[in-house]
Ligand binder design. Structure first.
Ligand code: AMP
Ligand code: MG
Length: 489
């Protein structure tokens, strides 16, 4: 199915949910907007044809110049806990929802980020810089390529509009796609207004979690809320387990950046680790390390408690809601160990494996090993010991660990060739390292999308080696070692 933009049916269910939830507000167009990159893979999934993408109407919509046919753009309100502290009202300060389109995968909401001021902009200018827009565009597709739940990115627009941060930069707009951009913070915002909160709950359940109502009598809000919380908890646990096992740090796990659908959203100062550090912090503004790699699971759990507290605004039994969240750790470990089992090339997860995994993290940390290269090298480590050991600063510790690992492999009957293939299908060769994103940003500043396209090609199939692209799989070169990322976006 392929359709021209004017023929696309656009629904505005969220905008129609009630005037409390969002404000109708037009975008502020950019000066001399140019389509720098368009995600043709995602466009195809959405049923948008190449002709559609090439038409001037497409650029007009994704650059904020005109709304989708027969619709209005809206900005949503939400609140949130930022760095553990209640921040009160936030909302889409630089984002506009265009509405949902129907796709074979269900309805998908389109949202522009960087599209101008809204009633929720506070002191902000409503803009996003090209640098952070390239990073969001690349990261959402990289995560999708890794099979991790995420919002997607359809288009990247650059412009001649200046933005003032530490220096003068270029304003850009990313078109993001997800079934919904509702956040934990949306529920927190309405926690003291039961009528509105109930409408939000019903909307989210009916649209995205209809199974929560199965077999439950109408009006049993307690049961519905508990089931919703259980689902969100499980999805969030799986998402964070997936982050941990690719070395992804989100950077700003505030409750306003937590999707009610368990998707990775709001890519800012995120990072895929190069050298493994158990308490790695990618966000330079996070001076206390609240969102370090090793705290992400417990922070996600904490955020779920904030969601549960918000739901209590429906006059529910708090014990029932809290009990639901006791399963978070079980869900997390289930996924985390399943991922580790596959990454280690094991047929099953057995006694002693959790210890082997802990020892692995310790080895990576003290050995200052590259996260991605170390996992990838495991597949051939038993046969090519020297190559493997060369990845670690302390060869002796690595030798000891490898001896345990090799012993563990003897406890299962699997052809080494098949084991290697299985492992190479789950341990990525290419990840979105900061320095790779930086190269794409520099080119993007010259209106050159070639580096973005190269990265997208590799990151969409991150397990498959592409001859000639060895450099993209390497640890950062020396020029990039001290690369400092600005947090302003
Ligand atoms: P973030 O840290 O990007 O998730 O943003 C936190 C809050 O600040 C959200 O409500 C954003 O909409 C808002 N915000 C961030 N940057 C800007 C900006 N340049 N202009 C307006 N609002 C912004
Ligand atoms: Mg945000």
């Amino acid at each position: 199915m392929s359709r021209a933009f004017a023929e696309v049916d656009i629904a505005q269910d969220f905008a129609n949910l009630g005037p409390e939830f969002s404000t109708r507000v037009p975008c502020q167009p950019l000066s001399n907007a140019r389509l720098l990159d368009v995600n043709t893979d995602l466009a195809t999934e959405l049923g948008l044809s190449p002709d559609t993408l090439a038409a001037p109407e497409f650029l007009a919509v994704v650059s904020g110049q005109s709304p989708m046919p027969n619709s209005e753009t809206v900005a949503a309100v939400y609140s949130g806990h930022q760095f553990g502290v209640w921040a009160g009202q936030l909302g889409d300060g630089r984002a506009h929802l265009l509405g949902q389109i129907n796709t074979p995968q269900g309805p998908q909401e389109l949202q522009l980020k960087g599209s101008g001021k809204t009633p929720y902009s506070r002191m902000g200018d409503g803009r996003a810089v090209l640098r952070s827009s390239v990073r969001e565009y690349l990261a959402s597709e990289a995560m999708h390529g890794l099979g991790i739940a995420t919002s997607r990115a359809l288009a990247l627009v650059t412009s001649d509009t200046p933005v003032y941060r530490e220096t003068v930069e270029t304003a850009a707009i990313v078109t993001r796609v997800a079934p919904s951009f509702i956040r934990f913070g949306t529920f927190e915002h309405w926690s003291t207004q039961p009528d509105v909160l109930k409408r939000l709950l019903d909307y989210v359940v009916d649209q995205f979690y209809p199974e929560c109502r199965h077999g439950i009598s109408v009006g049993d809000t307690q049961q519905v809320a508990e089931r919703l919380l259980a689902q969100v908890s499980q999805r969030t646990a799986y998402m964070v387990a997936d982050w941990q096992t690719v070395g992804f740090c989100h950077g700003v796990m505030n409750t306003d950046n937590m999707s009610i659908l368990g998707l990775t959203i709001d890519y800012g100062p995120y990072g895929f680790m190069d050298t493994f550090q158990v308490n790695h912090v990618c966000n330079h503004s996070d001076t206390h390390g609240r969102y370090a790699w090793n705290t992400q699971p417990s922070i996600a759990h904490w955020n779920l408690y904030r969601l549960a507290s918000a739901l209590m605004g429906l006059d529910l039994n708090s014990e029932g809601l809290k009990a639901v969240l006791q399963d978070f750790e079980t869900h997390f470990l289930h996924r985390y160990y399943a991922n580790a089992q596959a990454k280690f090339g094991f047929n099953q997860w057995q006694d002693g494996d959790a210890q082997l995994l802990d020892d692995w993290w310790r080895l990576l940390h003290h050995g200052q090993a590259d996260f991605t290269l170390a996992f990838r090298a495991l597949a051939t480590a038993p046969e090519q010991e020297d190559d493997f050991l060369a990845l670690f600063a302390q060869a002796e510790q690595a030798e000891n660990w490898l001896a345990s690992y090799k012993h563990r492999l003897t406890e299962q009957a699997i052809d080494p060739h098949i084991r290697r293939e299985n492992m190479n299908a789950v341990n990525p060769l290419y990840v979105l390292r900061n320095y790779l994103a930086e190269q794409a940003i520099q080119a993007a500043k010259q209106d050159d999308p070639a580096e973005i396209d190269t990265l997208l090609r590799l990151l969409r199939a991150p397990y498959t080696e592409v001859p000639g692209f060895e450099a993209y799989a390497a640890a950062p070169p020396s020029w990039a070692q001290g690369l400092s990322l600005s947090c302003s976006s």
